[in-house]
Design a protein around this ligand. Sequence first.
Ligand code: ZN
Length: 133
Amino acid sequence: MKKIEHIGIAIKALESSNALFAKLFGKDHYKVESVEREGVSTSFFMMGETKIELLEATNPESTIAKFIEKRGEGIHHIAFAVDDIYAEMHRLESEGFQLLHKEPLPGADNKLIAFLHPKSTNGVLVEICMERK
Ligand code: ZN
């Protein structure tokens, strides 16, 4: 893994959270994007080499809706950039980490992504992501 690509924060309402984090960071988000399959709307703030991703559920079945129901708003996942997501998934699996899916999925921000089960990473939901070419 190369660097923290972004930190995902689960929030209840994108519009008011965009305003709140803009005030906090002293700058606006640079894009909003929906990932229909995941049932989320996202927005991104650029923080140097790292981004902050705000995640709002767009339906009650969304994993973000369930996360907020259980744990409230807050940090949801940490995403690490990798050069080759297929090789990295293979490496992590062979190291005994539990992947949440077998193949990478299309994510927001033109990425291929994969999640590790938090029970194999001390409770941290880890995402790995690779720029799509
Ligand atoms: Zn993410």
